[in-house]
Design a protein around this ligand. Sequence first.
Ligand code: DGL
Length: 264
Amino acid sequence: MAESAAPIGVFDSGVGGLSVLREIRQRLHHESLLYLADSAHVPYGEKSPEYIRERCRVIAAFLVERGAKALVLACNTATAAGINELREHYPQLPIIGMEPAVKPAALATRSGVVGVLATTGTLKSARFAALLDRFAADVRVITQPCPGLVERIEAGDLDSAELSAMLLAWVEPLLEQGCDTLILGCTHYPFIRPLLATLIPGDIRLIDTGAAVARHLGERLAERQLFSIGEASHRFYCSGDPRRMARVLPILWGGNGVVEFFAN
Ligand code: DGL
């Protein structure tokens, strides 16, 4: 089989995409990874699609210049706004995006009511509307934007009393309406999954897409014979304060890493 030791480029508005990067590392442990946190521009969720598309263009160009053999948009909001344009611009490159797990949730629900926690940008997008049309014809889907949640997670708050109160205010109305399945439709949210699980009944399912994205990435690399068999390296870039990101890496990535400044 042919091989490629080139890295995989992964990005998000901030540290949320590390939840996806962990899944990629676990599944594809020979792959070298470049991760870019666009922290100077977080949150994407409240910004216009044009603004996010411009960020996608700049970041993709940087990762491709550093030799990325594939790109992963580890961000539901950036996927909704920018993946079509990136795929047009880089037709040869495997480009993997994320979308809220509506299909698995529609299959999993027994009550027929599914809640989606995601950013305003994701929930307002045409891509999300198309996803509902395709997979949610037989279930009721209730959407809940969570403004302010990404900023809390970026600041390293994964378990405060204030955060618990915010989560309850969003989630309780969904449960009262019969949701038995909640979609974590933003890559930051898996980091508050342990807290959320303590706030809701144990039989409510929480679904996210990080593992599915890693699996899909593996399939795309296999199709093109792009697997790496060598030793993996992991590099981190950040458009915000690299020291701040380096401080949260041990918690969110499970290891230390040097974070370089991405001046753009
Ligand atoms: N983590 C991102 C997502 O999956 C974006 C969060 C944000 O910057 O608002 O949607």
